[in-house]
Design a protein around this ligand. Structure first.
Ligand code: C2E
Ligand code: MG
Ligand code: MG
Length: 603
C-alpha cells in the first residue's frame, strides 16, 4: 500500500534505532522477539515497531494532519508528565514553554513544509511547570499526492547534556571562588567593547582593583577567612555596578571592572569612571562581618580609558590599568588614579627592582652595614644596623632606592625578617668574640611591626641566632604609633618582656602626640638629623634640640643625636645635655669586619 511517500528516512533511522533499542532494552525486548521468531516476516514487523515504540527511551508522538495527537509512547508520558489519555486529542503546543519567539516556529514550519522534517533543540514545559531542554526530530508523513497524513516526532530530554555543557562553560569562563568572570571571559568581553568603542566613538574604561594589605588577612586570619572576604568583595562589586558592566577576578585579590559606552568626550568619561571608582571604594570600605569578626579593608584602583584610535590589545589596557593602580598605592592606598604615559617607565623600573630584589634576597645580596654610636668620651655605646643591597652590576644600592618598592610590594616583610636575622647573627658573633657591644639598633618598618607574626618572628630570630635580647634595640617611627596605639603598646610590652628595648627614630619629624609618648614603653628618643645639621647656627633648631633633650630627661628616656657631622654640632649637643651621638663625625656605616679589625688592633 503506497501510503507513505517520505518514509525512507524514517524507516532507515527506525531500523537503526531498533537495533540500538534492542541493546539498551534487551531484557524487555528479548521476550517479544523470541515470541515472534517463528512467525513470518510480515507478522514480525508490526510487532517489532510496536515493541520499539513502547520501549524506546525517546519520547514519541504521532499527530494527524491537523496536529492533533493520536498516540504517545510511555517515554513521552515519563518525560512530559502527561498521560496517554491527557495527550490524545491535544496539539503538541501543550508542551510549549514560551521560551521561543514566533520566528523560531516560523522556521520550524518552513523546514517541515519544504523538507518534510525538522530537527533541533528547544525548551519544553513539563506538566508540573518545569522547563527542560530537548533534542527533537519531526518528520512529515504524506501520501502519494503530497497530502499530509501524520506528523511523527521523537525527542529526548537533554538536561544532563545541557548541565554538563553549562558546567564546562563555567569552568572555562568563571572564577570558581567568586563566581565572577575570569580573565578569559573578561578579555573576550573587553575585545568586543574595544571594537564597539571604535565604531561608536564612545569611551570605555578598564578599572583595575587590588585590595590593600590583603596578604595580612591571609597571614593573620587564615586562608579561609581570606576566601570569605574575597567572596564578599565580589558581591559588593556586583551589587554596585550596572548589569551591563563586567566584573572579573583575575586571581588573588585582583579584580577588574569593564565600563562600556560611557560618552564621546574624554573629560566626561573620566568623570564618570572616577565616580564609579569612588562608589566602589566607598562600598568596599564598609565593615565586613567574616566568621563572626568585623573586618575592614580598603582598595587601590587604577583606571584607563579607550575609544577610537586604540589598537586592539586587551593585554595593553589591563597593563595600563594595573600601572595606574600601583600609582594609587603609592599615593597612600584607598584611592584611585588614572593612567598616563609617564607611568609606564616608572612601572617598568619598579618591576625590575622588585624582581631583582626577590632574587637578591635569595642570593645573599642583602647585607648590613653598621654605624657606631658613642658618648662624649668616645666610648662605644652600640651600633645601628643599616641595610645595603650589594648588586653584582650596579654596586652598593642605598635603602632609599629600594625600600619604597619593598614597602609597596609587601616584600618588606621578608626583607625585614632577613635584616633582623642578619643583625642578630652579627650581634651574637660579636659577643662570641668578646667584642663588647652594649646594643645593636635595628630599624623596623611600620608594615613589619604591624604584621601579626612580628612578635613571633623576633622571638624565633633571637632563639635561632642566640643573640642577647637585652642588647637589641628596635627603632620604630612616630607615625607607626598614631593608628591603633593600644595594639602597638601591647606588642611592645610583649617584646620588652624578653629584654628588648625601643627607640623612636627620626624623633620630631612625625606626628607624635605627647599623650601617646607618655604611655609607650620606650627607652630612647633619637633626634633627627634635620634638627642637627644646622646647629649651632640655626637658633630654632638649637631650641628644638634642647626641648627634645629636656623632654627625654623628664620622661627618663635616653636621648641620642643622629647625623652628627661636625665638632661644632657635637659640642652644641653636649652642652645641651646630650651624651650619645651617631654620625659621620665618628664614622660612616661600615661592614662589620671593619670594626672587628679596629677592635683587634686597638685591644
Ligand atoms: P635612619 O634609620 O634614620 O638611618 C640613618 C641614616 O642617616 C642612614 O642612612 C645613615 O647612613 C645616615 N647617616 C648617618 N650619619 C650621618 C651623617 O652624619 N650625615 C648624613 N648626611 N647622614 C648620616 P641610610 O643607611 O641611607 O638609611 C636611610 C634610611 O633608610 C634609614 O634612616 C632608615 O629609615 C632606612 N633604613 C636603613 N636601613 C634600614 C633597615 O635595615 N630596615 C629598615 N626598615 N629601614 C632601614
Ligand atoms: Mg634608624
Ligand atoms: Mg633616623
Amino acid at each position: 500500500m503506497p501510503l507513505f511517500k517520505k518514509i525512507d528516512y524514517f524507516s532507515t533511522s527506525l531500523e537503526q534505532e531498533i537495533s540500538s533499542s534492542f541493546q539498551q532494552h534487551s531484557l524487555l525486548a528479548t521476550g517479544s522477539i523470541q515470541l515472534n521468531l517463528a512467525s513470518s516476516p510480515s507478522q514480525i514487523e508490526p510487532t517489532l515497531y510496536r515493541c520499539f515504540f513502547e520501549h524506546s527511551s525517546d519520547a514519541m508522538l504521532i499527530a494527524d494532519a491537523n496536529c492533533k495527537i493520536l498516540h504517545v509512547n510511555p517515554a513521552f508520558v515519563a518525560i512530559t508528565g502527561y498521560s496517554l489519555e491527557e495527550s490524545v486529542g491535544q496539539v503538541p503546543y501543550l508542551l510549549a514553554s514560551g521560551e521561543h519567539k514566533a520566528s523560531f516556529y516560523d522556521r520550524l514550519w518552513e523546514s517541515l513544509n519544504q523538507k518534510g522534517q525538522w530537527r533541533g533543540e528547544l525548551v519544553n514545559k513539563h506538566k508540573n511547570g518545569d522547563l527542560f531542554p530537548i533534542w527533537q526530530r519531526i518528520n512529515v508523513i504524506e501520501d502519494d499526492s503530497g497530502q499530509v497524513l501524520y506528523y511523527i516526532s521523537a525527542f529526548s530530554d537533554i538536561s544532563i547534556i545541557k548541565n554538563t555543557e553549562r558546567k564546562l562553560w563555567q569552568m572555562a569562563h568563571l572564577d570558581a571562588l567568586s563566581g565572577l568572570a575570569n580573565r578569559a571571559l573578561f578579555e573576550q568581553r573587553l575585545l568586543q567593547e574595544i571594537f564597539a568603542a571604535k565604531r561608536s566613538g564612545q569611551f570605555g574604561a578598564v578599572i583595575f582593583l587590588d585590595l590593600d594589605d590583603f596578604k595580612k588577612v591571609n597571614d593573620c586570619l587564615g586562608h579561609r577567612c581570606g576566601d570569605l572576604l574575597l567572596q564578599e568583595v565580589a558581591k559588593r562589586l556586583q551589587s554596585h555596578l550596572r548589569t551591563e558592566d563586567t566584573v572579573a577576578r583575575l586571581g588573588g585579590d585582583e579584580f577588574v571592572i569593564l565600563l562600556s559606552g560611557l560618552t564621546h568626550k574624554r573629560e566626561d568619561a573620566e568623570t564618570m569612571a572616577g565616580s564609579v571608582a569612588q562608589k566602589v571604594l566607598n562600598a568596599l570600605l564598609q565593615v565586613y562581618l567574616i566568621d563572626g569578626q568585623e573586618l575592614q579593608i580598603s582598595a587601590s584602583l587604577g583606571i584607563t580609558l579607550f575609544s577610537t584610535g586604540f589598537d586592539e590589545s586587551t593585554e595593553k589596557l589591563l597593563r595600563q590599568a594595573d600601572i595606574a593602580m600601583y600609582a594609587a598605592k603609592t599615593e597612600g592606598k584607598s584611592t584611585y588614579s588614572f593612567y598616563h604615559t609617564g607611568m609606564l617607565e616608572q612601572a617598568n623600573k619598579r618591576l625590575s627592582i622588585e624582581t631583582e630584589l626577590r632574587f637578591a634576597l635569595q642570593n645573599d645580596q642583602i647585607i648590613l652595614f653598621y654605624q657606631p654610636q658613642y658618648n662624649v668620651a668616645h666610648r662605644l655605646l652600640g651600633f645601628e644596623a643599616l641595610v645595603r643591597w650589594q648588586h653584582p652590576e650596579k654596586g652598593m644600592i642605598s635603602p632609599a632606592d629600594f625600600l619604597p618598592v619593598a614597602e609597596e610590594t609587601g616584600l618588606i616583610i621578608e626583607l625585614g625578617e632577613r635584616i633582623l636575622y642578619l643583625a642578630c647573627r652579627q650581634l651574637a658573633a660579636w659577643h662570641a668574640q668578646d667584642f663588647e657591644v652594649p646594643h645593636l639598633a635595628v630599624n623596623i618598618s611600620p608594615a613589619q611591626f604591624k604584621h601579626c607574626r612580628f612578635v613571633d618572628v623576633v622571638a624565633s630570630t633571637l632563639a635561632s641566632t642566640g643573640a642577647d635580647a637585652h642588647s637589641v634595640m628596635l627603632e620604630i617611627t612616630e607615625n607607626m604609633i598614631i593608628k591603633d596605639v593600644n595594639t602597638v603598646i601591647e606588642k611592645m610590652q610583649l617584646l620588652k618582656q624578653s629584654g628588648i628595648r625601643f627607640s623612636i627614630d627620626d624623633f620630631g619629624t612625625g606626628y607624635s602626640s605627647l599623650a601617646y609618648l607618655k604611655r609607650l614603653p620606650i627607652d630612647q628618643l633619637k633626634i633627627d638629623r634635620s634638627f642637627v645639621q644646622d646647629i649651632p647656627y640655626n637658633k630654632n633648631d638649637v631650641a628644638i634640640v634642647n626641648t627634645i633633650i629636656s623632654l627625654a630627661d623628664n620622661l627618663r628616656l635616653e636621648v641620642i643625636a643622629e647625623g652628627v657631622e661636625t665638632l661644632e654640632q657635637l659640642n652644641c649637643l653636649a652642652e645641651s645635655g646630650c651624651n650619645a651621638f651617631q654620625g659621620f663625625w665618628f664614622s660612616p656605616p661600615l661592614p662589620a669586619y671593619q670594626y672587628e679589625e679596629g677592635y683587634t688592633q686597638s685591644s
